[in-house]
Every structure is written in structure tokens, then in C-alpha cells.
Design a protein around this ligand. Structure first.
Ligand code: NAD
Length: 349
């Protein structure tokens, strides 16, 4: 299969690109190379004959049309997005333009290409979204997000992703475009951009800096190792029912403070400090406005219909992730100089 992957130079998109090429798919990576991108993320496949790169912006409809014509993909996996909640609080416009208008462009370009191809049933437009569209859950562990949970986005980021999901559903109902959607919980793993929680904790810890925890650290997230997510995405692309959405979660609910302490404990073993524990560097800072209390995924549909299960626990995934950051300073060090990285954002509201 030839897959057009948008956002393939980002964190999750690059995991999809690497896995898809490893499975023998041809991949066209379409990416605007924003601050969040790095072509180093796909360096292991960039010389592979199955791989092609297109530097393009999904806000540019004519560029997207040209790429569809040039590469004639069998499927689209749409991951390109602005993805950092704190940045969406300070500057929501980019999130509307890329996540909403950009997705609209992708849908229209895909629809027009699909019609020119004779509207094949086998074509797929896979829209990759987030569990944040469902809003915030109470503490009760019996209550989790299902595909039937009503949307209730509460940040500019999640609102823009919710809007894009609605467009994708409408293009299925109205035009019959063969779409699938996925809504995933928090990812972590190698190549995670150094402004997100897990790399911030690892990198601040080893730099001897305070490790910031928002509020009291009680917020709960359901953590998924990025390579398990990539496996799930390719499975949904190939086996998912059109017009359907699939929630993807790791079944690894953790309070932020517990996740941070686990990372510190891994570092204490793998790179012990001369004195004390990395946990001594934990520093509670002002909370994010509108910070969702809890996310938790019910993965019943993807498990029962498609047989997917995550392969690693969060403890195992964090061991691998911490070691990856310890081994790959040449990857993360230059990214720390990019605009805004290391600054506290999202508290102006
Ligand atoms: N990170 C998570 O935990 C998580 C969880 C669930 C869903 N998602 C979704 O998965 C997708 C990928 O997330 P990520 O964490 O890898 O994001 P990321 O920020 O690491 O990467 C986004 C990529 O999209 C590209 N991009 C941004 N704007 C673009 C534009 N206008 N045109 C073309 N390319 C553009 C960037 O250059 C970058 O390579 C997003 O749609 C996000 O909403 C992320």
C-alpha cells in the first residue's frame, strides 16, 4: 500500500512512518517542518526506496493537490497538527488554521483525488485525533471515554481537534469518503519533542534543574507508548470499519506526580546522582488554566473488533524512553534552542 502520512516528521507521525516502511509500505511523508518537526526522526528510513518526503503545508490546498497527483496514494494518515496545549492557550490562531482549515483542505484534496480515481471503496482517509476532545472525567475509575462519549473539548487545542473530527465525520456521511478516525490517549516514547511532560522531566532532571509539575500533580492521564500507538494506527487503517472511530489507550492511568516520580526512580537507577534522588528536584508550579482533571480510555472496541492490545506497561515503556534520551543527546540538545522550548507557556489566560 502507498500511504500519504501528514506530520511524518513529528513525534507520532515519525513512528508511523518508520513502522509503515518496516512493514513494506511505500510512504510519502508530507510535513511543513514547523518548530515541532525534525527530519532526524525519520533518518533511519530516509534512504529507503519506499520513502519519499514532501515539504508542504496542509494550509496550502494547491500544494496538497499536486502531491496527491504526483504520488497517487492508496490511503492517507492525517497526523499533521499543532499539538501543544500550552501553546494553544497563548496562540490559538495557528491551531484553528492548521488543525481545522488544514484538515478541511486535506479532506477536500482527498475527496477530489478519490473521485478522479473512480471513488474506490478501498481508499482510506485515516484521521488521527486525541482523547482530549471528550473533555475531563471525574475520578471514578468505572467512568472512561468510549466512542459514544459526547465531545466536550475545553482547550483551544482540543476544540480545534474536535472540530476537525466533526469535519471528517461529515465528509463520510455527506460525500461517502471512506474515513476512519482514532482518538488516542497521551503518548510518550523516543523522539518526543522536548517541551512535552515526559522529556521535560528527563531533561530537567539530568540538567540539575527544577522538574516542573503543574498544580498539585493530581491530574490523571492514560499513558501509551508511541510504538504501540503506531501499531494500532496501521491496524485501524487496514482493518477498521469505514465511518467508525476507535479509541486507543494504554490502560495505564497515572497521576502526573506519580509518573514524574517513576521517571525519577528510573533515572536514579540508570544515572545515579552523586547525592540524593532526582525526585528532590520536583517543583510544583502554577496550574494550566482549564487543566482537565482526568483522561481514561475504554479500549474495548479496538480490542474486541481488531484484536489490538498495547505491548508494554508504562513502567517498561518509561525504562526504554529514559534510556533513549540518555543515549540520544545529539537528537534532543539542538531542539532545546527552538523558539519557546523551556519557557513556561499557557498561563496568560
Ligand atoms: N502526542 C500525543 O500524546 C497525542 C495523543 C493523541 C493524539 N495526538 C494527535 O496525533 C497527531 C500527531 O501528534 P504529535 O504529538 O506527533 O505532534 P507533533 O507536534 O510532534 O508533530 C506534528 C507534525 O505536524 C507538522 N505540521 C504542523 N503543522 C503543519 C502544517 N500546517 N502542514 C504540514 N505539517 C504540519 C509538524 O511539522 C510536525 O512534524 C496530532 O494530530 C495530535 O493531535 C497526539
Amino acid at each position: 500500500m502507498k500511504i500519504l502520512v501528514t506530520g511524518g516528521a513529528g513525534f507520532i507521525g515519525s513512528a508511523v512512518v518508520r513502522l509503515a516502511v518496516a512493514k513494506g509500505h511505500a510512504v510519502v511523508n508530507l510535513d511543513a517542518l514547523t518548530y515541532a518537526a525534525s527530519l532526524e526522526n525519520v533518518a533511519t528510513v530516509s534512504n529507503n526506496t519506499l520513502y519519499a518526503f514532501e515539504h508542504a503545508d496542509i494550509r496550502d490546498r494547491s500544494a496538497i493537490d499536486t502531491i496527491f497527483e504526483r504520488h497517487q496514494p492508496d490511503a492517507v494518515m492525517h497526523l499533521a497538527a499543532e499539538s501543544h496545549v500550552d501553546r494553544s492557550i497563548d496562540g490559538p490562531a495557528d491551531f484553528i488554521e492548521t488543525n481545522v482549515n488544514g484538515t478541511f483542505n486535506m479532506l477536500e484534496a482527498a475527496r477530489s483525488y478519490w473521485i478522479r480515481c473512480g471513488s474506490p471503496d478501498g481508499f482510506r482517509f485515516h484521521h488521527v485525533s486525541t482523547d482530549e476532545v471528550y473533555g475531563s472525567l471525574p475520578a471514578d475509575p468505572q467512568i472512561r471515554f468510549t466512542e459514544a462519549t459526547a465531545y466536550d473539548p475545553r482547550s483551544p487545542y482540543s476544540a480545534s481537534k474536535a472540530a476537525s473530527d466533526m469535519l471528517v465525520r461529515a465528509w463520510f456521511e455527506t460525500y461517502g469518503l471512506p474515513v476512519v478516525l482514532t482518538n488516542c490517549s497521551n503518548n510518550y516514547g523516543p523522539y518526543h519533542f522536548p517541551e512535552k511532560l515526559v522529556p521535560v522531566v528527563i531533561l530537567n532532571a539530568i540538567a540539575g534543574k527544577p522538574i516542573p509539575v503543574y498544580g498539585t500533580g493530581e491530574n490523571v492521564r492514560d499513558w501509551l507508548y508511541v510504538e504501540d500507538h503506531a501499531e494500532a494506527l496501521l491496524l485501524v487503517l487496514e482493518k477498521g470499519r469505514t465511518g467508525r472511530s476507535y479509541n486507543i489507550g494504554g490502560g495505564n492511568e497515572r497521576r502526573n506526580i506519580d509518573l514524574v516520580r517513576t521517571i525519577c526512580a528510573v533515572l536514579d537507577r540508570r544515572r545515579p546522582k552523586a547525592d540524593g534522588s532526582y525526585a528532590d528536584q520536583i517543583s510544583f508550579v502554577a496550574d494550566r488554566p482549564g487543566h482537565d482533571a482526568r483522561y481514561a480510555i475504554d479500549p474495548g472496541r479496538i480490542r474486541d473488533e481488531l484484536g489490538w492490545r498495547p505491548s508494554v506497561t508504562v513502567e517498561e515503556g518509561l525504562e526504554r524512553t529514559v534510556q533513549w534520551y540518555l543515549d540520544n543527546e545529539a537528537w534532543w540538545r539542538p531542539l532545546q534552542d527552538r523558539k519557546g522550548v523551556g519557557e513556561r507557556m499557557g498561563i496568560k489566560a
